[in-house]
Design a binder for this molecule. Structure first.
Ligand code: ZN
Length: 119
């Protein structure tokens, strides 16, 4: 379930390896999102104290996104996280039966500035 009142500050990431490190080594504030190509990983954790959970979202076009997965990276080590990210990038999650259309509010770092989650 994607937090519907959240605005994510999305930053591009260069590689699956870099993303796996970011998702397993750092606790991010609730408005953090990462992007590789047409895939987004949006922090969907309900509180900064729990295990970090990220929604995996595929951008179809500027108005349409599909949530493919919800992954608790807080429980993954680097190897496992990398495996999951590569599977997503290879399109293996594109047809999960539980995928659903979502409409997340996405912002660049310049647009986002500060919100209650990262203030
Ligand atoms: Zn914020």
């Amino acid at each position: 379930m994607l937090h519907s009142n959240r605005k994510w500050c999305v930053s591009p990431v260069d590689s699956a390896e870099e993303l796996a490190r970011k998702l397993t080594e750092t606790t991010w504030c609730g408005c953090t999102g990462f992007q590789i190509g047409c895939y987004l990983w949006l922090n969907d954790s309900s509180s900064p104290d729990g295990a970090q959970e990220f929604a995996v979202v595929k951008v179809l076009d500027s108005n349409h996104c599909l949530q493919l997965e919800s992954i608790t990276f807080g429980w993954c080590d680097y190897e496992r996280a990398l495996q999951l990210i590569l599977a997503t990038l290879n399109g293996q999650d594109d047809r999960t039966p539980w995928r659903k259309p979502v409409n997340p509010a996405l912002e660049t770092a310049a647009e986002h500035k500060r919100c209650p989650l990262c203030a």
